[in-house]
Design a protein. Structure first.
Length: 161
């Protein structure tokens, strides 16, 4: 038996004003977009904003449905829209915010992590990620791999045959 460990590096900010670059603008875009979330059942509003390599911003919000699980998370709405509108562009950054105030950010569900890592692997370039919930601390990751280190990779399917 071999004992192994995994360390994940990320930055934690106590204030959004400490962020560098265009992150502050993207957080404001995501926060303002929360009002568009359709969450009449859970009342848990989530917004995701993608910044594309060409500078375009694509927004998504969670979309609930009374026939669970027919809804869709904000992260998947945003990246699916981004890749539909700009199929040849890479996703450089994504910001995920929630309306709820917690001490730490709420992170993406497993399905959203898998979708995000698929796009990151496909584009052969990391997608930088920032998460914030209400007035929580802000977490910044250099890559989606940091939040899903043992991701399922479609290459596994090719190895079967």
């Amino acid at each position: 038996m071999i004992k192994k460990s995994l360390n994940i590096d990320y930055l934690e900010y106590t204030s959004i004003n400490d962020l560098e670059g265009d992150w502050l603008d993207l957080i404001h875009e995501a926060d303002n977009n929360l009002e568009n979330a359709y969450a009449p059942y859970s009342n848990f509003k989530v917004s995701a904003v993608c910044k594309m390599a060409n500078g375009h911003i694509v927004k998504g919000v969670n979309q609930e449905n009374g026939a669970y699980p027919s809804g869709l998370c904000a992260e998947r709405v945003a990246v699916f829209a981004a890749k539909s509108q700009f199929p040849d562009q890479k996703v450089d950054k994504i910001v995920i915010t929630t309306a709820d105030t917690t001490t730490v950010p709420v992170s993406p569900c497993g399905a959203c992590r898998q979708v995000l890592i698929e796009y990151e692997m496909t584009q052969n370039q990391p997608i930088e990620l920032v998460m914030k919930s209400g007035d929580s601390k802000v977490w910044q990751f250099k890559s989606v791999k940091d939040i899903l280190p043992f991701a399922f990779n479609g290459e596994f399917l090719k190895e079967k045959g």
